[in-house]
Design a protein around this ligand. Structure first.
Ligand code: NIG
Ligand code: ZN
Length: 410
């Protein structure tokens, strides 16, 4: 049995629990972690006894980040491509092939070691729930290997065989492979499937085939859409009831309306009802590819639930810093601090359908602090979470607990 921990003297506790309404932020608060669950929340003066006590010293506490979009199973480096981009070259999907070559050449041991180091880096930065994708294998054996390795390290694994058509394959023939033998080989290791629906990657028709096959195989769906230009990715994601469509840089009014429509049976104030398709914004990627920042404000104003994620990958966004994403969202994307925090915690959980569950149904919610939810919390070296944007780039992560266990610095 792991000991219980009382974290007390919390100056500001942002629970991100929609069911608390206006009381979602507490001051002079305490939290008890018991095993891997949150056992108690309330005023510090009323806190129960616990095996261990951690004095937060008036610091701010919030849920651990839920990073719902990364590509961490890779080897190699693309800093030369990055430098060329900074000198004016546009980003092109074809860079994925460079990482695929390096990833295929790495042994299982090295690939696992690299993934573990990236997971530890993310956790030290406050990320307590991590999704990652395949997509740098691009043949049956290599995609299955990436999925298997990912499943031993991260919390949610997504099959992204439809990331790029590899050299030497025809697009239709490769799409058949993704929908057939590749899907069958990765299926034991993954919960989700994704498709890069974009010029230079997969057409709308090919994407539709991939989503249909993966849905029929029982996988949850996500889409990379509208990243490099207008297109059908968002529409397709909504049509298929995908949990998330990610990037969303180039949106027509009809895309925003379709996303908003998917949330019509959802009550954002209480976090109840039928969730729709989350629009996942990836600000670090937008900056690194010199794309317009995703229109997060416009989406929120239209009634769409959004998430913020790092999209950590070697091509377009080589950072797992959710602090950076939150700061950028506040400084550059017209989100309030509370909206950015929600998108990086509860929003990520919604995008992975991990936002509910407290003991009674065998699932533990992540992304919000409530009794019965997973004990995923972080303390900041600051009296309020606003410091994440007020002091951007500063090392504000003071302590992190993941499933009740204190995370060590890598
Ligand atoms: N857009 C597609 N996939 C990744 C980039 C992959 C790469 O360039 O290696 C992304 O999410 O940005
Ligand atoms: Zn991606």
């Amino acid at each position: 049995m792991s000991p219980s921990t009382l974290i007390t003297n919390i100056g500001e506790l942002s629970t991100m629990d929609p069911s608390r309404g206006a009381d979602a932020v507490l001051t002079d608060a305490a939290v008890v972690l018991d095993g891997e669950r949150i056992a108690w929340i309330g005023p510090a003066a009323e806190a129960p006894a616990a095996d261990e006590i951690h004095d937060a010293g008036g610091r701010a506490m919030l849920p651990g980040w839920v990073d719902s979009h990364t590509h961490l199973v890779f080897a190699g480096d693309r800093s030369t491509e990055f430098e060329a981009r900074m000198a004016g070259e546009p980003y092109q999907a074809g860079g994925i092939a460079v990482t695929t070559e390096a990833t295929r050449a790495a042994g299982d041991f090295d690939l696992t070691r690299l993934l573990l180091a990236r997971q530890a880096e993310a956790a030290a930065g406050g990320t307590t729930w991590l999704e990652t994708k395949t997509g740098y294998g691009l043949d049956v054996e290599q995609e299955a290997r990436s999925a298997r390795i990912a499943s031993t390290v991260v919390d949610d694994v997504t099959f992204l065989g439809a990331h790029l058509v590899p050299a030497g394959s025809g697009p239709e023939e490769y799409t058949d492979l993704v929908c057939g033998p590749m899907l069958a080989a990765v299926r034991p290791y993954v919960q989700w499937a994704d498709v890069f629906c974009e010029r230079g990657a997969f057409t709308e028709e090919q994407s539709r085939r991939v989503l249909t096959a993966c849905r029929d195989a029982g996988l949850g769906l996500r889409v990379h859409g509208n990243q490099l230009g207008p297109g059908g990715g968002v529409r397709l994601a909504v049509e298929f009831g995908a949990a998330s469509v990610d990037h969303v840089n180039y949106l027509a009014d009809s895309d925003v309306a379709a996303l908003a429509g998917s949330w019509r049976d959802w009550d954002a104030q209480t976090g109840s009802g039928q969730p729709g398709t989350v629009a996942t914004c990836l600000p670090a990627c937008d900056l690194s590819t010199r794309q317009p920042l995703a229109p997060a404000r416009r989406l929120l104003d239209a009634g769409v639930e959004i998430a913020l994620a790092s999209n950590c990958n070697p091509g377009t966004s080589y950072t797992s810093s959710m602090n950076f994403c939150v700061a950028t969202a506040v400084l550059q994307m017209e989100l309030s601090v509370a909206e950015a925090l929600r998108a990086a915690t509860y929003g990520g959980a919604l995008a992975l359908r991990r936002h509910t569950g407290a003991d009674e149904d065998g699932k533990r919610a992540v992304g919000s602090i409530a009794v019965g939810h997973r004990a995923d919390v972080q303390l900041l070296n600051a009296p309020s979470a606003a410091h994440l944007a007020y002091r951007p780039g500063m090392p504000l992560t003071a302590a992190v607990w993941r499933a009740g266990k204190r995370v060590r610095k890598p």
